[in-house]
Design a protein around this ligand. Structure first.
Ligand SMILES: Cc1cc2nc3c(=O)[nH]c(=O)nc-3n(C[C@H](O)[C@H](O)[C@H](O)COP(=O)(O)OP(=O)(O)OC[C@H]3O[C@@H](n4cnc5c(N)ncnc54)[C@H](O)[C@@H]3O)c2cc1C
Length: 428
């Protein structure tokens, strides 16, 4: 079969009414190149490691674009669980429903791919095999979409038993949607005292999500008449969209510590030590630094031993060291020395899944960049919310441009629901 070539032409950003337009960064990325997918058999085996937003979108698109390919999704869970809308559900805001869940077996049968429920243990790239708790899975093309792993060890919790205890007692459930029900149960049992919300340093998944959560928790403390404060420990600068909520609307409920880094958590004393102070807590939702799962590093798929994320081409999303491997979604690494990573959002993960499927299917005529859309609440009672859009294009001289747009939504809950429904229709 002829080899496939992806055009390098940039796609121009859509033109739409802008409330705020920020041209964030322009940077020449030395490894920016156009991917060329090798000739492949029509019945090649595609293995998708991780059945989240990126993996399932990729699987569904592959089945549509190249029905002859043998597509297998591997995930440790029995269900696909989404995190979208979970912040509202955690505090029962305005009748919020539980986040979407779908059984993988039923999805696989409906969409026409194979599902293997198993823990991925590692990858042997030379033999093109994924080692799992259910045995070996062989591939011709491997799409890595495993999301993130939390680095509890950075906060002094290295022992596996302690880690399990931290996850059960203080986790903010940013590691994965499967942890959300336990977090909700902890909040329901909360009767007052200081509640700590600790953010991870960037890059982390869904950057506005912890701020939205803080606003909802402040509203919840007030409306439930729970005594105590929400203490937000943030190593990053506060997102401008939340300045008013934190400094004005909810200042009675929120104590915001910006540029504050957590050093250690003492689960017995129920205390968090930061660069500023030791902060005792009655309950906590903490989210340690994130990285791509450790088995990517073991398979040599990072750009250096000190890097924490996959190393892939920004446009083709192919691994920089193995042309049979693609890295997508939250696990993907830097794409620009200036602005760093694509945002780790569900929208980007799905867009990447689609881009990779088109390449493997050999149907790419013109390359497209991923885009991000994120709907978040910035205010509660009354609700206000924004749609954050991020687009990419390459300038004529090779610079990768990131453009961020922010738009107030007249009906933020309806807008978020419409966005999510359109996305789910593509892979659920
Ligand atoms: C609380 C919360 C709220 C969020 N809100 C939003 C939002 O409003 N909007 C938005 O755009 N994004 C949001 N996000 C982010 C969004 O969920 C992620 O960006 C998106 O899920 C990334 O997709 P992914 O495919 O890269 O990873 P995931 O969707 O996390 O999928 C990874 C999959 O890999 C599996 N896996 C990992 N390791 C292994 C292994 N060793 N063996 C087997 N299986 C494995 C996991 O079980 C999982 O199913 C939120 C995230 C959280 C946690």
């Amino acid at each position: 079969m002829p080899s496939r070539f992806i055009s390098s032409s940039a796609v121009s950003a859509p033109c739409m009414p802008l409330r705020r337009r920020v041209l964030l960064a322009a940077a020449l990325w030395p490894m920016l190149r156009v991917g060329q997918v090798q000739a492949q058999s029509k019945s090649a085996r595609v293995v998708i490691a991780g059945g989240g937003w990126g993996g399932l979108r990729s699987a569904a698109a592959l089945r549509q674009l190249a029905p002859g390919l043998r597509v297998t999704v591997v995930d440790r869970a029995r269900h696909f669980s989404s995190s979208i809308g979970s912040n509202r559900w955690l505090v029962d805001h305005a009748g919020a429903s539980a986040p979407v869940q779908h059984e993988y077996g039923a999805l696989a049968a409906a969409r026409g791919y194979r599902f293997v429920q198993a823990e991925i243990k590692g990858i042997e790239r030379a033999a093109r095999v994924v080692h799992t708790s259910a045995g070996e899975v062989h591939y011709d093309w491997l799409v890595l979409a495993p999301g993130v792993e939390e680095r509890w060890q950075d906060w002094g919790i290295s022992d596996p038993l302690q880690r399990a205890r931290a996850q059960a007692e203080v986790s903010g459930a940013l590691g994965g949607a499967a942890q959300l029900p336990a977090l909700r149960a902890r909040l329901q049992a909360f009767r007052g005292g200081d509640l700590v919300l600790a953010l991870p340093p960037a890059p982390y998944r869904c950057p506005p999500a912890p701020y939205e959560r803080a606003v909802l928790l402040a509203w919840w403390l007030k409306t439930q008449r729970l005594p105590g404060k929400l203490i937000v420990i943030d190593p990053n600068p506060l997102m401008p969209a939340y300045r008013r909520a934190f400094n004005d609307t909810w200042r009675e409920q929120i104590t915001y510590l910006d540029h504050a880094r957590v050093h250690q958590i003492d689960l017995d004393k129920r205390s968090i030590s930061t660069d500023m102070d030791d902060i005792p807590f009655a309950a906590a939702l903490v989210s340690p630094p994130q990285q791509a799962p450790a088995w990517l590093a073991e398979a040599g798929l990072l750009s250096s031993a000190s890097d924490l994320w996959g190393a892939q081409d920004p446009l083709s999303l192919r691994s920089l060291v193995d042309e049979h491997v693609f890295i997508i979604g939250d696990a993907a690494g830097r794409v620009s020395p200036q602005f760093g990573h694509y945002p780790k959002t569900a929208h980007v993960a799905a867009a990447m899944g689609e881009m990779v499927a088109a390449q493997i299917a050999g149907v790419v005529k013109q390359a497209s960049w991923p885009a991000s859309v994120c709907h978040v609440l910035t205010g509660v009672a009354p609700e206000s919310g924004i749609r954050l859009e991020i687009d990419y294009r390459r300038r004529g001289d090779g610079f990768l441009m990131q453009e961020i747009r922010q738009q107030q939504q007249a009906d933020p809950l309806a807008a978020a629901a419409a966005w999510a429904a359109a996305q789910y229709a593509n892979f659920l």
